[in-house]
Design a protein around this ligand. Structure first.
Ligand code: MEZ
Length: 556
């Protein structure tokens, strides 16, 4: 839907302030940055993760007592979809060296490297191979690629600063020191990043970065990376992919090693067992839990499944007390609700503006501070713009791109979103876009170390399902690098474990029985079941009329 006459009227105010803002921008003027104290104060007052009463204590499991959002608590303190007494663990449908749960960037990078290290690999993925947050990523991947101007030292400091100095140092060290070779590896596999005519990689600035080190493929960087990884993995004999087969429960053996998983065939609704010598959890994030009622940039299957699976086996969780709300999610038109408007816009100089066409925050503040400032502008300051359906947001002044970077720059550099909004009747080169924070990233997750190991022998983890690398707030561009670096590490180490350390033993689901006992003792409602697999967007009125007694959601 194109802008209404009322919104078009308001756009005039943005147009009126644009010439002066562009002139100041060309002179290098930036809106003043917040001090550390101002930032803390702003987060405390306006960021959804810091809101009084937004967290509740986990009642069961290895991280009992940890304060988390109710949505994350719900999936962690919940019952298994299966009754362990009804599963026959002697019926093995598939057997492999390394089972990878998740077919996004981390899982697929892990598969390539595990195979290179001699392991037979199965990737089990809930939807199609590549239906993942990696595919949805737009504005880039961070790595030091410019000799002399940047170094992993600065990448380390920026990442730690962005994470409020809480990140686990060994994980950050591993990320920043391995990022250059991981980028090179990906280019070698055929990923095409944007380059200058002399062949050098283009680099951009994102929030919280002291140097330009963000690499892009227009605004579809994740799709380019996922295409490359998926082609490479599927070209290899010895890598099998089971699509529409989400994991429902991990399987341990009597020695406490992870030894496979129960999967669920979404088409036939059958459960089946994959036995493995090592397992990698790479299930991604949880945006579809809609923490705090926010819309999300995440893909349809992002329901935090790996958190529940790992947690039940005894792997604790960390850094899940904050959630990343990307500052610029679309709020108009209605069908674009929550869609990402990449941070690359702000990195390229685009302003965020209130109803009067005024700036109110430095656009390259880290995401949490920027999102909190937008919420403050719309609530406390009362300077938001209302949509016809009652949403409130602010302007992202996309028509600044061409004057700053040359005619045609927007269409070339932001082709994905340009085409999408054109279909809605909005011409981004002339009209700004209405935005508000949208749920983007699971800052924390399962505890793991720089070797990709969890505390359960044979169980590895990589990517968004893990916690510690990003501290309390991830910097833009660090998640695509996270999936590459830690996917590769997990792939290699899981293959080595399968070859040298895995010990055979009787398969068991006793840990599920034990977890169920804990749930029972706490009186947790038996209707709380996870993994939830897919979000339930069905209409409550329709649900009332669905009279099957067994109905609990979209899938049983
Ligand atoms: O890393 C991200 O989340 C990222 C770069 C997103 C974006 O704004 O494009």
């Amino acid at each position: 839907m194109a802008y209404t006459p009322e919104l078009k009227q308001l756009i005039r105010r943005v147009e009126q302030t644009r010439p002066l803002r562009l002139a100041k921008k060309r002179e290098g003027w930036e809106f003043p940055r917040m001090s550390l104290t101002e930032k803390e104060e702003r987060l405390k007052r306006f960021h959804p993760s810091y809101k009084e009463g937004s967290l509740q204590e986990l009642r069961v499991g290895p991280s009992k007592g940890y304060g988390l959002s109710p949505e994350i608590c719900n999936i962690l303190e919940s019952w298994s979809r299966i009754d362990p007494d009804r599963i026959d663990l002697s019926k093995i449908a598939y057997e492999t060296d390394v089972l990878i749960i998740g077919g996004g960037g981390a899982g697929t990078a892990a598969a390539i490297v595990a195979r290179q290290n001699g392991a037979r690999v199965i990737i089990a993925t809930k939807l199609r191979h590549g239906d993942a947050n990696t595919m949805m990523a737009e504005g880039g991947i961070q790595a030091v690629s410019r000799q002399g101007k940047d170094s992993p030292y600065y990448h380390y400091l920026d990442t730690i600063g962005g994470g409020h100095f809480k990140n686990i140092p060994e994980l950050v060290y591993t990320l920043v020191t391995q990022a250059p070779s991981a980028l090179h590896w990906l280019e070698g596999l055929g990923a095409m990043f944007d380059k200058h005519p002399d062949g050098s990689l283009k680099v951009f600035h994102l929030g919280g970065m002291s140097r330009r080190r963000d690499h892009v493929a227009a605004d579809i960087t994740g799709a380019e990376i996922m295409r490359t990884l998926r082609d490479e993995a599927r070209d290899r004999e010895g890598v099998e992919v089971l699509e529409f087969s989400p994991a429902i429960e991990l399987v341990l053996n009597e020695r406490g090693h992870c030894a496979g998983a129960i999967l669920y065939n979404l088409e036939t609704e059958e459960y089946f067992l994959v036995k493995a010598k090592a397992v990698i959890l790479a299930t991604g994030g949880s945006g579809r839990l809609h923490i705090g009622g926010f819309p999300t940039t995440n893909h349809y299957g992002a329901t935090g499944d790996g958190l529940s699976l790992g947690y039940r086996t005894g792997v604790g969780v960390c850094f899940l007390h904050t959630t990343q709300f990307h500052p610029t999610g679309a709020i108009f038109p209605e069908q674009a609700d929550g869609l990402l408007l990449t941070e690359k816009f702000r990195g390229a100089g685009v302003h965020l503006l209130n109803i009067d066409g005024e700036q109110f925050v430095c656009e390259t503040e880290p995401r949490d501070a920027c999102a909190a400032s937008i919420i403050r502008e719309c609530t406390q300051m009362g300077k938001g713009v209302s949509t016809p359906t009652g949403r409130t947001g602010l302007w992202l002044d996309t028509p600044m791109i061409d004057p700053l970077h040359g005619d045609g720059a927007l269409v070339k550099e932001f082709v994905g979103k340009y085409k999408l909004f054109k279909r809605y009747g909005i011409e981004m080169t002339k009209e700004p876009i209405l935005v508000y924070p949208t749920l983007h990233y699971q800052n924390g997750g399962l505890q793991f170390n720089e070797r990709g190991e969890t505390c359960v022998p044979g169980l590895y983890a990589a990517g968004e399902v893990t916690g510690g690398l990003h501290g309390e707030n991830r910097l833009g561009g660090n998640s695509l690098m996270d999936v590459l670096v830690f996917g590769r590490i997990a792939g290699k180490n899981a293959a080595l474990f399968a070859k040298e350390m895995a010990i055979e033993g009787r398969l068991t689901l006793d840990y599920v029985r034990k977890f169920h006992q804990e749930l029972d003792q706490e009186g947790i409602d038996r209707k709380k079941i996870s993994p939830i697999l897919l979000p339930d967007y069905s209409n409550p009125l329709v649900r009332q009329r669905q009279l099957t007694t067994k109905y609990e959601g979209t899938i049983r």
